[in-house]
Structures are given as structure tokens and as C-alpha cells.
Design a protein around this ligand. Structure first.
Ligand SMILES: Cc1cc2nc3c(=O)[nH]c(=O)nc-3n(C[C@H](O)[C@H](O)[C@H](O)COP(=O)(O)O)c2cc1C
Length: 94
């Protein structure tokens, strides 16, 4: 498990940079056969991670990344999400 945080002195735009970095990490892990699951819900309960890992208050916890080798026999790992077609989320103006 990785816990990803950001120095509170940086504001919203730096979180966008972290999001770009996150995608690279997820793609790299996948390319190496390591499964991932990003978990922003972890940021709703920061005190637990803070106390166990000694993360200071000046770091805002953004999300966690679960990393590991997929257990293909576990039913939970059969879950596959679907994707909407491009047109459902992108409007092209000509
Ligand atoms: C930054 C980020 C944070 C996420 N946080 C959560 C979360 O807190 N809880 C959750 O159920 N899914 C969360 N997700 C979605 C899952 O990580 C995952 O993308 C989703 O289960 C769909 O799997 P797939 O991307 O392999 O289709 C998050 C995704 C991203 C990119």
C-alpha cells in the first residue's frame, strides 16, 4: 500500500499534477504485472494512517494505492467496470 499526500502549502493545481503522476504509476505497475487500486476514500480517515505511519499534519493525504499481484481465484477480482462511449462525456465543437 502506498499513501500519497501533498504539502498543504500547495493548492488545488498541484493536486492535478499528482493526478497525472498517479496515472503514470498505475500504468507502469500494470505493465510490470502488478495490479493496483487507487483509493481516495482513505483521505476521509487520515488520522489512522497518520498515527500508524507518523505522517505530519502539514501533509494532506490525498489517496492510497493498493498494489499487489491479482488473486484470480478471488470472486471480488472478477468485478469489471464498464466504460461509457466517448460521446457520453466529450462534446466536440466544430
Ligand atoms: C484517484 C482515484 C481514487 C479512487 N478512489 C476510490 C475510492 O476511494 N473508492 C472506490 O471504490 N474506488 C475508487 N477509485 C476507483 C478504483 O480505484 C477503480 O478505478 C475502480 O474500481 C474501477 O476499476 P478499473 O479502473 O480497473 O476499471 C479511485 C480511482 C482513482 C483514479
Amino acid at each position: 500500500m502506498a499513501i500519497v499526500g501533498i504539502d498543504r502549502r500547495f493548492e488545488l493545481y498541484a493536486a492535478l499534477d499528482v493526478g497525472c503522476w498517479l496515472q503514470s504509476v498505475l500504468l507502469l505497475a500494470t505493465s510490470q504485472g502488478v495490479a493496483t487500486c487507487a483509493q481516495a476514500s482513505l483521505s476521509l480517515f487520515p488520522d489512522i494512517a497518520r498515527s500508524i505511519l507518523g505522517i505530519p499534519d502539514d501533509v494532506k493525504i490525498l489517496f492510497g494505492i493498493g498494489l499487489g499481484y491479482e488473486d484470480t481465484s478471488a470472486r471480488a477480482n472478477d468485478c469489471r467496470t464498464t466504460r461509457q462511449p466517448l460521446e457520453a462525456n466529450v462534446r466536440f465543437l466544430r
